[in-house]
Design a binder for this molecule. Structure first.
Ligand code: PLP
Length: 714
């Protein structure tokens, strides 16, 4: 399969590199390295780019393509020679070629049957790197981490998403701490994207009916190691202005924009695969946004194989895997019947369905004529393997959607769970990576999902681990000071708490402010200082979320907390990387059970930080009593106000009685023994499970093998 995907990549993307390695110029090698996001999880390659132009590296937001463009023709080779980097460049170039062409992989051994035909992975957002802002938060970062792991494991996957011309917004604050949004324009020429061409040499385009006209979309391809990502872009000349705008913003616009984006993602996405001659064995829908792909695949079967609608839908469902990501109601798109008919009447006609029959596909109760069309319901009805993203969330999802199977007990509802994980080397600090290399053996990344591989963490020298972590904390403090332009902020040696995530109300970002006197007492002890770094965006239309941020900023500016509480502007993958690598404690305070999984705390584990979290999402299954700290006991009060008060009390008590004393329990200059022990226990008990390689392997075992195996003849 690799060969096929790779050949496809070189054929359609017009790679022009000469075959003879010896004749490849330094510039070409660097360009090739910059155009495959593989560099993103190979710190030595990152370092190589940085060395070429350290100032340019930060000014371009760590974007190697933009960085290379800053060199005049010919200057790049001269610069490489000046720094004696030619051998290093050739070395990494060869490593990339070997990575791309390697025959042995996890997939070849464990899922050989899946190598024949790829898996199509649909997602409305992909968070791969800060220079490619096609994500808003956890869902996108998860999709990005997933793609990187499929590449590492050798699983043939093609991601399908949308290209948003202005990306997601950049966050600023006005004088009152109110969030404002800035939408920049992404310079495509500075991104690792190429337009694939067809046999006739013309760039591949896809068409979808829209509003009585034809919506045209360009296709961009990004390479993430061995994995490909297709991105559809409506900003092409053939479209009228209002349709060119369609993909301008991620989660922007009204519900008409929304449904049209989803038509383009699901239906256009499948058509883009077709145009590239990719016939997926499995369709994996990451959240319901792309569920129209089910109807498009069904339509193809109807027309090509002459099946009845019911048979065609059943066949499609058998090859479809669906992951639902949230118990929050607003996270499930619902469209009014007349809107669905207006935008998808053409498809309904092609499927030979009556309007009510079409609507029933998106209704929990097919007979309820007032129920809107829900994308999650369509995804559930059109798939055979469905999962939530943690054990607890699986349970919640079964409850939530039980009514789709009237008469079935909750435990019989066919929705399972696969807990999310993070792409380890994208989030791991270089210095921690070195410790792992030395104590776990250099091949540890390939064994990262094996519990036994992490046992030698027990042997890591306490001082070495502690000192490494102290340096990472200092980097974080320096980063925050630099970003804020305020060198007086924070204290390099103080116990540092982090809280960063989307500011949705259920995440209760202000729970730490419940009792300001008590908080001041915790932070202000001169012998045992504590500080907090906050970050996060609110959705542009979420006034309540913006109020929470404003409240935090007001407190951060209060003289009692000045220098000890900081709110970092514009949370993105770059800010997240600094935070998860440098904090001592990561706080998460969702209203249980609204956090489906949460992944930022998993990134913290890898870097030696400890979690202090409500027993929700992944932490409800990961916490063992000694590998971090828990807020509350997992019980939920029916009244959210009571629950808030209880969790606030528990949070303060944990900080006062457990976290702060353990952190500052030291003899002389020695590291805090109890704390370091907990760091080790956290890594040992959690890292092997909450990584994306394990997650992808679970999808292979519990989803793709069954779905793909059945349809390998299709
Ligand atoms: C990891 C990550 C998230 C998701 O973290 P949660 O724990 O689910 O909030 C969101 N945004 C960014 C930038 C991330 O890196």
């Amino acid at each position: 399969m690799y060969r096929k995907l790779l050949d496809l990549a070189s054929r359609t993307l017009g790679d022009t590199l000469p075959q003879e390695r010896a004749s490849v110029l330094v510039e070409d090698k660097l360009r090739e390295l910059s155009f495959n996001l593989w560099w993103n999880w190979h710190p030595q390659v990152l370092e190589l780019f940085r060395q070429l132009d350290p100032a340019g590296w930060s000014e371009t937001n760590h974007n190697p393509i933009a960085l290379l463009k800053r060199f005049e023709p010919g200057a790049l080779a001269a610069r490489a020679a000046e720094l004696s980097l030619e051998n290093t460049i050739s070395f990494h170039y060869r490593r990339l070629q070997e990575y791309l062409n390697g025959e042995s992989s996890w997939c070849a051994i464990h899922a050989g049957g899946l190598q024949a035909t790829p898996i199509a992975y649909f997602s409305a957002e992909f968070g791969l790197h800060e220079s490619l802002p096609l994500y808003s938060g956890g869902l996108g970062v998860l999709a990005g981490d997933y793609l990187k792991s499929t590449s590492d494991l050798g699983l043939p996957v093609v991601g399908v998403g949308l290209f948003y011309a202005t990306g997601y917004f950049r966050q600023h604050f006005d004088a009152t701490g109110w969030q404002t949004e800035e939408y920049g324009h992404i310079d495509v020429a500075a991104l690792p994207l190429r337009r694939p061409v067809g046999p006739d040499g013309a760039p591949i385009m896809v068409d979808v009916p829209c509003n009585g006209e034809t919506l045209h979309a360009a296709v961009w391809v990004a390479r993430i190691g061995r994995t490909l990502l297709l991105l559809l872009d409506s900003d092409v000349e053939a479209n009228p202005p209002y349709l060119r705008e369609l993909t301008a913003r991620l989660y922007g616009g009204d519900e008409v924009t929304r449904i049209r984006q989803e038509v383009l993602l699901g239906i256009g996405g499948l058509r883009a695969l077709r145009a590239l001659e990719i016939r997926p064995a499995v369709m994996h829908l990451n959240e319901g946004h792309s569920a129209f792909a089910i109807l498009e695949r069904t339509r193809e079967r109807l027309e090509e194989e002459g099946m009845s609608f019911d048979d065609a839908l059943r066949e499609t469902a058998l090859q479809t895997v669906f992951t639902t990501h949230t118990p929050v109601e607003a996270g499930h798109d619902r469209f009014a019947p007349d809107l669905v008919e207006r935008e998808l009447g053409w498809l309904r006609a092609a499927l030979r369905l009556e309007p009510e029959r079409m609507m029933a596909l998106g209704r929990v109760d097919p007979g309820d004529r007032h129920e809107p069309f829900c994308m999650t319901v369509l995804a559930i009805r059109g798939s055979r393997r469905r999962n939530g993203v943690s054990s607890l969330h699986g349970h919640v999802a079964r409850q939530m959607w039980q009514r789709i199977w009237p008469g079935r007990d909750e435990e019989e509802v066919p929705i399972g769970h696969i807990t999310n994980g993070v792409h380890v080397r994208s989030w791991l600090a270089l210095s921690m990576n070195r410790i792992y290399d030395r104590y776990l053996g250099a091949d540890w990344p390939a064994r990262q999902s094996d519990c036994a591989a992490w046992r030698p963490i027990a042997n890591v020298d306490d001082s070495e681990l502690w000192e490494t972590h102290e340096v990472l904390r200092r980097y974080l403090v320096e980063f925050v000071r630099r970003r804020a332009g305020r060198p007086e902020l924070l204290d390099e040696r103080a116990l540092t708490l982090g809280f960063a995530r989307r500011f949705a109300t259920y995440k209760r970002g202000t729970i730490l402010l419940t009792d300001l006197d008590r908080l001041a007492g915790i932070l202000g002890d001169p012998a045992r200082p504590v500080q907090i770094v906050f970050a996060g965006k609110a959705h542009p239309r979420d006034e309540a979320g913006k109020k929470l941020i404003q409240e935090l900023i007001r407190i951060a500016r209060d003289s009692r907390f000045e220098r000890r509480i900081v709110f970092v502007e514009d949370y993105d993958i770059n800010v997240a990387r600094h935070l998860v690598q440098g904090v001592d404690v990561w706080i998460n305070t969702p209203l249980r059970p609204m956090e489906a999984c949460g992944t930022s705390g998993q990134k913290v584990v890898l870097n030696g930080g400890l979690n202090l979290s409500v027993l929700d999402g992944w932490w409800a299954e990961g916490y063992d009593g000694k590998n971090g700290f828990a807020i509350g006991d997992g019980m939920v009060h029916a009244d959210p106000a009571v629950q808030w008060a209880r969790d606030a009390e528990s949070l303060y008590r944990q900080l006062e009685q457990q976290v702060v004393p353990l952190f500052y329990d030291r003899e002389g200059a020695a590291p805090p023994r109890g704390w370091v022990e907990r760091m080790k226990r956290s890594i040992m008990t959690l890292a092997w499970r909450y990584n994306a390689d394990r997650m992808v392997a679970d999808y292979v075992r519990h989803g793709y093998l069954a779905a793909g195996g059945r349809l390998s003849s299709a």
